[in-house]
Design a protein around this ligand. Structure first.
Ligand code: DGL
Length: 262
């Protein structure tokens, strides 16, 4: 039993899509969310830079007493989680593009993966794709430019429409029936993606699976919070917090959004 918070970090606001799944599945847990938005996007950085930023974020969350850390960023997971697990004692939960269910269930034999450059070029993604999708055609698309637009609150913008049109058109032409979202920012694009994709295309992201895994690991290490005390949810960002706040409007139990020089 452990009342300490779960720590969650992302390169920015995208990991809030994971926070929402965790909040729904584990209502008895306190959380601390860290948006490293000043350094977004991670997807266009080197592996060494992504690793250093992931270490910095981990140390911040550990300094706040977190009992488990969710790396709510595909780019940080695929480039840094092995290092984090080796160097810190707390359990880490990561997120990777859900290529396995897409490859298994595809009827057309063609699946699309939209993810950052850093994720798609990582050795972890290459290995997973080779393992589960070797007899499938996988159309990998770097989502360059999408994260900065989401960070700036520009989901509804001509720039976003133009980028998505460019990225999705080759996939639609190739007859994909699954689109894997390999970046935690992208679930915020789902309403838009649904309008742009044929109805026959299913969109998959890994948010729910991450929440389930978080629960399993908390149970395994006897870390669940079993008290009935009030839970606390704190959000930190090193950029101005208004876009972050706007995504979390429905959650009146968030105690505070703090700007952090970090
Ligand atoms: N949310 C991060 C991910 O899942 C975005 C990466 C970025 O900052 O480029 O990959």
């Amino acid at each position: 039993m452990n009342t300490a918070p779960i720590g969650i970090f992302d390169s920015g606001i995208g990991g809030t899509s994971i926070w929402k799944e965790i909040h729904a599945m584990l209502p008895n847990e306190s959380t601390i969310y860290l948006a490293d938005s000043k350094y977004a996007p991670y997807g266009e950085k080197t592996q060494k830079e992504i690793l250093d930023l992931s270490v910095k974020n981990t140390e911040f969350l550990l300094s706040k007493g977190c009992k488990l850390i969710v790396v709510a960023c595909n780019t940080a997971t695929t480039n840094a989680i092995d290092y984090l697990r080796e160097h810190y004692k707390v359990p880490f939960i990561g997120i990777e593009p859900a290529i396995k269910p897409a490859a298994l269930n595809s009827k057309t034999g063609v699946v699309g993966v939209l993810a950052t450059r850093g994720t798609l070029t990582s050795s972890l993604f290459t290995k997973t794709s080779a393992l589960y999708a070797k007899d499938r055609k996988v159309i990998e698309q770097f989502g360059d430019g999408l994260v900065p637009l989401i960070e700036n609150g520009q989901i509804e913008s001509p720039e976003m429409d133009a980028l998505l049109d460019r990225y999705l058109s080759p996939m639609i032409k190739a007859n994909i029936d699954y689109l894997v979202l390999g970046c935690t920012h992208y679930p915020y694009l789902i309403p838009k993606l649904k309008k742009m994709l044929p109805e026959s295309v299913s969109i998959i992201d890994s948010g729910l699976a991450v929440a389930k895994q978080t629960k399993t690991v908390l149970e395994k290490y006897s870390l669940l919070n079993l008290t009935s005390e009030k839970k606390s949810h704190l959000f930190y960002s090193n950029r101005e917090v208004h876009v972050l706040k706007s995504l979390m409007n429905d959650y009146t139990d968030i105690a505070d959004f703090s700007f952090l020089e970090f």
